[in-house]
Design a protein around this ligand. Structure first.
Ligand code: ATP
Ligand code: MG
Length: 258
């Protein structure tokens, strides 16, 4: 039985709270992602979208709540003390990958080497498998002909597609995309969104933070609207984008569409 058939979410976040100093940036957030879902997170600047991703990734501590992966407790915080459970924390973190707004490719390495690094050094796959995997994923994002190029010789859109290829090469259970098109020139946005759309259609499990409402409308399984560290509402894209129930969602959508 697949995870989606069994109803066990790939990631389940319950009551997640986090503060930076006195500022509460996540306020009892509940969210789960089923296998094959594309969850799109929208919300104003500072609403906690990146912090949510980073916390789920295990890059941030938190002050209350728990995170489960495929039904197993991954990290939990009771009594204000952050606890990460299990000795296989690292392995579980490897189940998730993240693509950031700013390119994170190694400038001194070719695209092939950038993509091969994780499968080789972290997954310890055989050399031939690593090579073939790099070729496959770079072809998948339309960069087969750039495999020997260096990041400095690529456009912003190509760099972001390479960053996506690098996550694909790790064969992640979940990939999070945090505003991966925000730093791109407008004419390069489409090619990156197209790659993400193809991944979603191929059944990848994705959490996508974006201001691209066309993507949210056409690709999201569900849309979540966050404000001030809370999930204000969530539902199918048609519901949230066309018939939002909350004034804050309406105000945000009006602002972003104008
Ligand atoms: N390392 C940090 N130290 C202190 N405060 C932080 C830190 N990171 C984020 N914050 C604060 O947490 C809040 C949420 O930030 P976050 O980056 O998660 O928002 P966001 O929704 O991703 O915003 P944006 O749309 O601008 O990317 C903001 O008030 C921000 O200033
Ligand atoms: Mg952010």
């Amino acid at each position: 039985m697949t995870d989606s058939a069994s109803g066990v979410p790939v990631v389940q976040v319950e009551g997640l709270s986090k503060s930076f100093g006195k500022v509460q940036v996540l306020d009892s957030v509940d969210v789960s992602i089923q296998r094959g879902e594309t969850l799109v997170v929208i919300g104003p600047s500072g609403s906690g979208k990146s912090t949510l991703c980073r916390t789920v990734m295990g890059l941030e501590t938190f002050s209350a709540g728990k995170i489960s992966l495929k039904g197993e407790l991954y990290a939990e915080c009771t009594d204000g003390k952050h606890v990460t459970l299990g000795s296989d924390h690292k392995r579980r973190r490897l189940a998730m990958g993240m693509v950031f707004q700013q390119y994170t490719l190694f400038p001194q390495l070719s695209l092939r080497k950038n993509v091969e690094l994780g499968p080789s050094k972290v997954l310890h796959l055989p050399k031939q498998v690593v090579r073939e995997r790099a070729e496959t994923v770079l072809a998948r994002v339309g960069l087969a002909d750039k495999i020997d190029s260096y990041p400095a010789h690529l456009s912003g859109g190509q760099k972001q597609r390479a960053a996506i290829a690098r996550e694909l090469a790790m064969d992640r259970g979940l990939i999070m995309f945090d505003e991966v098109t925000s730093a791109l020139d407008p004419e390069l946005v489409h090619e990156v969104l197209q790659v993400m759309r193809e991944l979603a259609e191929a059944g990848a499990t994705m959490l996508v933070v974006t201001h691209e409402m066309g993507f949210a409308r056409n690709v999201a399984s569900r849309v979540i609207f966050m404000d001030h560290g809370s999930i204000v509402e969530s539902g199918p894209p048609g519901e949230i984008l066309d018939h939002p129930q909350h004034a804050r969602t309406r105000a945000f959508l009006e602002h972003i569409m104008s």
